[in-house]
Every structure is written in C-alpha cells, then in structure tokens.
Design a binder for this molecule. Structure first.
Ligand code: DX5
Ligand code: ZN
Length: 221
C-alpha cells in the first residue's frame, strides 16, 4: 500500500476544517503518500475530534491511504464502520485491551492494515509481544488528545526496542511532537512513519516544510 519508507504522515487534526479539500490538495502536492486521522471519544482522551462522516468526506476527496488512529475506550464495534468509511489502516490503543491479537485479526479480515498504539507512560513490554501481529506499531510522543504538545524524548527508547523486535517491513510510527527539531531523533531510533500535525499544517509553506521534514527523516540533512 505504501511505496517506500520513511514517510511523513500528515495529521488532519491540525488542518483547517473549513478548507479540508484545499489542505489535502496541498499535502498531495507536497508529496504526501498517506494521511492520518485522529478519532477521539472524549473519554479515552480528554478531547473530541471528528468521526465517521469526516473520514467518509476525506475518502471522497483523496485516493491516498487513510491511517485512522482510534483513541477510543471501546474501538471494536466501530471497526467495520470506519473501514466502510474508507480507512485503510485502523489502529487501536494497547491501554484498552489486554490481548490485542483478536482485534488485530478482525481489522485484517476487514481488509485494512492493523496498528497497535501505546502512550508514553505505557511500558514497551506491553507492546513487544504483539508487534509482529500488527502491520503498524505506533508510539505516542505525547499524551494523546491535543496537537502541538512537546515531544517526550523518553519514548525514543521504546521505539528502539520496537524496531529491534519487529520484523523487517513493519511500519514503525511515531505520533505527537514531531517537528524539524525532533524528527531526526525518532528516525535514528528506528521510526519510519512520522505523524506530523502542527509542525506541518501549521506552517505557511506546507510544501517546503514537508520537504524539510522528509529530508531530516531520511538523514539527508
Ligand atoms: C494527538 C494525535 C496526533 C496529533 C499530533 O492526540 O494523535 O495525531 O495530531 O499533533 P502534533 O504533530 O501537533 O503533535
Ligand atoms: Zn494520531
């Protein structure tokens, strides 16, 4: 589904929702190959974002793969609706489920790629047993709920350990606080898919910023 890593994964949480179509065009023109959508339930995280109709709308305006990050206490009943709405990746948090294997299987049966996510304070040992049951392993660089928070460097060690345990070809993602200042550290730790909200969509020249992030992620600068 994705041609090659490393990839910048723009988070629409930082988009202008009155002008989503234009924002997505800008991201496509900048070279984006995937788009990240944050779904929040106001319970697992102390915020609400958007739901199925927005994923459906985004699906109608782009052919890019949609990476849907479910910050929900109870994600399972919503998997088929998000898949139907156009999600290509569905990620669930390890904090809400002891054994994620059945739910990862369900996601794959629905025809999507399956992701597993952990918050900064969650020990990496909770994730490591399952990394090879997932297609994408996402480590949060901030407590989820809001964009624009500072990156917690303690998560770099989690990323290193996940990279070490995961088979080649897994997507090792990081989300929260990724900017031109932090992206190279995450890349050196082993991340290859970089969710970026405010440090991309919050900039006046999205194309130039995308290129800067891409070059830093791939060690070119
Ligand atoms: C945080 C979300 C992130 C968010 C990242 O709860 O999961 O995807 O959009 O935003 P930045 O890049 O601004 O930290
Ligand atoms: Zn996210």
């Amino acid at each position: 589904m994705l041609q090659s890593v490393p990839l910048i994964n723009p988070s629409l949480l930082a988009a202008d929702f009155a002008d989503l179509r234009q924002n997505i065009r800008q991201l496509e023109e900048a070279g984006a190959q995937i788009i990240h959508l944050d779904i929040m339930d106001g319970h697992f995280v102390p915020n609400l974002s958007f739901g199925v109709p927005v994923v459906e709308a985004v699906r109608r305006i782009t052919n890019l793969p949609l990476d849907v990050h479910l910050m929900l206490d109870n994600p399972e009943p919503f998997l088929p609706v998000f898949r139907k709405a156009g999600a290509d990746f569905l990620s669930i948090h390890i904090e809400v489920i002891a054994d994620p294997r059945p739910i990862l299987k369900t996601i794959r049966k629905l025809g999507a790629a399956a992701g597993i996510v952990s918050n900064p304070p969650t020990p990496v040992e909770f994730v490591l047993p399952f990394v090879n049951d997932a297609d994408l392993i996402l480590t949060m660089g901030v407590m989820p709920g809001f964009g624009g928070q500072p990156f917690n460097p303690a998560v770099l060690d989690k990323i290193r350990r996940i990279r070490h345990t995961a088979d080649a070809g897994k997507l090792i993602s990081v989300d929260g606080g990724i900017s031109e200042e932090t992206i190279a550290f995450a890349a050196q730790a082993g991340a290859n898919l970089f969710v970026t909200g405010t440090a991309l969509l919050g900039k006046p020249d999205i194309k130039a910023q995308f290129e800067l992030l891409r070059r830093k992620a791939s060690g070119q600068i």
